[in-house]
Design a protein around this ligand. Structure first.
Ligand SMILES: *Cc1c(COP(=O)(O)O)cnc(C)c1O
Length: 408
């Protein structure tokens, strides 16, 4: 454990994870279930007024009682109580000792990648978020970091073709937008022999459905813009780890680079966190109904969803996830047909992003993954991606059915 004295108070979350011996500590929160943690960890009533909701501490600085004597907060880039509450709550949901939040998912990824030094290599799944690919291939390559894309979903090939300089393995599971499943435990075992750190982008699954640190990952990253925030009203990022060195690096970068989330954004994200469990249950149920429709519709040539028994990653998904989530992709045979389906929906709104209460539909090849065109991460041009929201199941099914009927 590193010295916590130069950090804001309450940054070490020993109360929410079991000890090394596996026995939970005496704190009541250590035995709480997900929804209770989401609503209470880091969110005690405010000390001065008893405000039940964590206030938006909209302040840039904090008064000190004497030179060098402060409450744990000095300057709001370094720390802010609203941000601390969010970090503690999210760390507990990822069952992590440490959590660090950022202004966006990509700012969080940038902070993680800054662990690397010139000459280091990143192994990247061959189906990663387009922005992750752009960050590594266009920005970090300038600092002497190399990368290569690999099929991390094939357990027999893990580690066999990773360059010797590999210091980080970047996993997304399920992947965006092909919903490929990567066996996190298998990657962690393969990475051990090359002393590489395993990073898992858990944005699609959320901590409600999957906890990568428990499966051997070193670092978990989220775009909280998606399911964690859940309401399409805030952009943010979050990193969780049990590695004190990684935490020290991240808090240093958070303060030194300054891509911090504003207090108001932390408040909005924390508000979303409170209902994450409820929302994910509904996302799961609605997605299952949509998958049922897609599988039985003649206009659809294939359906990509980890919950399907015929999906290549179904066994791994069953092993490591507690549900299959709200993201569904499908193919319709041509880009023109994909465009026509996308333009024919009324409840599903044509937009980038995902993971919020409203259902969205998009064309990854042209929209979210355009930056991967011509690369090993390119996606098929007849692919349609759905972010199934939490509206009435019947309305979603009827809307998509009429859109598919229009091209059948
Ligand atoms: C959106 C997204 C990101 C990037 O997060 P931002 O908050 O948009 O910066 C990273 N990974 C995945 C899987 C995403 O969906």
């Amino acid at each position: 454990m590193t010295d916590p004295t130069d950090r804001p108070i309450d940054r070490v979350h020993d109360d929410v994870v079991p000890d090394d011996d596996g026995v939970a500590e005496d704190e009541p929160s250590s035995s709480w279930g997900f929804a209770t943690k989401a609503i209470h960890v880091g969110q005690d009533p405010e000390a001065v007024t008893g405000a039940i909701t964590v206030p938006v501490f909209q302040t840039s600085t904090f008064a000190q009682s004497a030179v060098g004597k402060h409450s744990g907060y000095e300057y709001a880039r370094t720390g802010n109580p609203t941000r601390t509450a969010l970090e503690n709550a999210l760390a507990s949901l990822e069952r992590a000792h440490f959590g660090v939040s950022f202004a966006s998912g990509l700012a969080a990824e940038d902070a993680i990648l800054r662990i690397l030094e010139p000459g280091d290599h990143v192994v990247l799944g061959n189906d990663a978020y387009g922005g992750t690919f752009r960050l590594i291939s266009k920005i970090f390559t300038r600092s002497g970091i190399s990368w290569s894309a690999h099929d991390l979903s094939d357990p027999d090939r893990l580690g066999t073709d990773w360059p010797a300089a590999t210091k980080m393995v970047w996993v997304e599971t399920p992947t965006n937008p092909l919903l490929t499943v990567v066996d996190i435990e298998a990657v962690a075992v393969a990475a051990q022999s090359s002393a590489a750190r395993v990073v898992v982008d858990n944005t699609f699954a959320t901590p409600y459905l999957q906890n990568p640190l428990d499966l051997g990952a070193d670092i978990v990253v989220h775009s909280t813009t998606k399911y964690v925030g859940g309401h399409s009203d805030v952009v943010g990022g979050f990193v969780a780890t049990n590695d004190a060195d990684v935490d020290e690096h991240l808090t240093f970068i958070q303060n030194a680079v300054g891509a911090v989330p504003a207090p108001w954004d932390c408040y909005l994200t924390l508000r979303g966190v409170k209902t994450l469990a409820l929302r994910m249950d509904r996302h799961n149920a609605n997605a299952a109904a949509i998958v049922d429709l897609l599988q039985n519709h003649e206009a659809v040539t294939s359906v990509l969803y980890p919950g399907l028994p015929g999906h290549r990653g179904h066994a791994a998904a069953r092993k490591q996830m507690r549900g299959y989530g709200g993201m569904v992709s499908f193919r319709v045979g041509s880009q023109d047909r994909a465009n026509r389906v996308i333009e024919a929906t009324r409840v599903f709104t044509l937009a980038e992003s995902l993971g919020a209460v409203e259902s969205l539909i998009e064309h990854p090849g042209v929209m979210t993954h355009a930056s991967a065109a011509g690369s090993p991460l390119e996606v098929p041009d007849d692919l349609v991606r759905l972010s199934v929201g939490i509206e009435e199941e019947d309305d979603l099914v009827a809307d998509l059915r009429q859109a598919l009927d229009s091209i059948a």
